[in-house]
Design a protein around this ligand. Structure first.
Ligand code: TYD
Length: 222
C-alpha cells in the first residue's frame, strides 16, 4: 500500500462540462475500455460518491435556484468533496484502483465562480485548504453548445416527479450556461497539462474514440 496521498498508484480522471453533454454515458464507456485492459477501475460522481456526500448532494441539488447563497453553496460542495475524497477516492487510488469521477472541482470554479459570481480566487483558496490542492491526473472537458445539452437534460428530468428532480442548476438561464461553457474552456486553457477538451456533439462512439485517444496518450496505454 502506497500511502503517499500526493502520489498514489492509481490514476484519477475527472469528466467535466455543462448539462446533458453525455458525461455519464462516456464515463461508463471509458470504464469498460480500461477494465478490458485489466486495469482496476471505479466510477464515482460529485456531488456525492460516499454516503455522507450523497446526503449533502440532496441538499444541494433539490429546491429552487436561490435556495443557497453562493458561499454556503461552495462550502456544501466542499464538505461533500472532502468526504468523497477521504472515504472513496483516496483509499481506491491507494489500492491502485483508477478512479473516474463525473465532475470534480472544475465544476465549482465554473458553476459557483463564473456562473454565480463568487471570486474564483476564493474557490481556489478553499480548494487548497479543504483538499491540500488535490487535482486529477487528467480532466476531460466535454464541450457542446449549451442549447443542445440543456434540451437533452430537460427531457431526462421531465420523466421524474417534480420534488425528486435534481434540476436546480438546469433551471438557470441560457446565459448562465453560455458563461459556464466559456468558464470550462478558460479552465482548459489555464491548465493545459491536466485538461483536454473533447467536442461532445458527435456520435457516442465517435466521442468515446476521441476521449480514448486522450486517455491512451496521457497514460501511455494501447
Ligand atoms: P448532475 O445531476 O450530476 O448533473 P450532470 O449530469 O450535469 O453532471 O448534477 C450535478 C449538478 O451540480 C450540475 O448541475 C452541476 C452542479 N455542480 C456545481 O454547481 N458545483 C460543483 O462543484 C459540482 C460538483 C456540481
Amino acid at each position: 500500500m502506497n500511502d503517499d496521498v500526493n502520489n498514489p498508484p492509481g490514476k484519477f480522471i475527472s469528466f467535466e462540462g455543462g448539462e446533458g453533454v453525455g458525461k455519464s454515458t462516456q464515463v461508463a464507456l471509458l470504464r469498460r475500455r480500461l477494465a478490458e485492459l485489466g486495469i482496476p477501475v471505479m466510477l464515482t460522481r460529485e456531488p456525492g460518491g460516499a454516503p455522507g456526500a450523497e446526503e449533502i448532494r440532496r441538499l444541494l441539488l433539490t429546491g429552487t435556484p436561490d435556495k443557497w447563497d453562493p458561499m454556503t453553496e461552495v462550502l456544501l460542495f466542499y464538505a461533500a468533496r472532502v468526504d468523497h475524497l477521504n472515504r472513496t477516492v483516496l483509499p481506491a487510488l491507494g489500492r491502485g484502483t483508477w478512479v473516474i469521477t463525473d465532475r470534480y472541482a472544475d465544476s465549482t470554479i465554473a458553476y459557483q465562480g463564473a456562473g454565480h459570481g463568487l471570486d474564483v480566487a476564493v474557490v481556489d483558496e478553499i480548494h487548497r485548504i479543504a483538499t491540500g490542492d488535490f487535482w486529477p491526473d487528467l480532466t476531460i472537458i466535454l464541450d457542446e453548445d449549451p442549447a443542445l445539452g440543456l434540451r437533452r437534460a430537460m427531457v431526462r428530468e421531465s420523466t421524474i416527479d417534480k420534488e425528486q428532480r435534481e434540476d436546480r442548476f438546469e433551471q438557470m438561464t441560457v446565459e448562465f450556461h453560455q458563461n459556464l461553457r466559456q468558464a470550462f474552456l478558460n479552465i482548459a486553457g489555464q491548465n493545459p497539462d491536466r485538461c483536454r477538451v473533447v467536442a461532445a456533439s458527435g456520435t457516442i462512439a465517435g466521442v468515446a474514440g476521441d476521449i480514448w485517444q486522450q486517455v491512451a496518450t496521457a497514460f501511455s496505454l494501447d
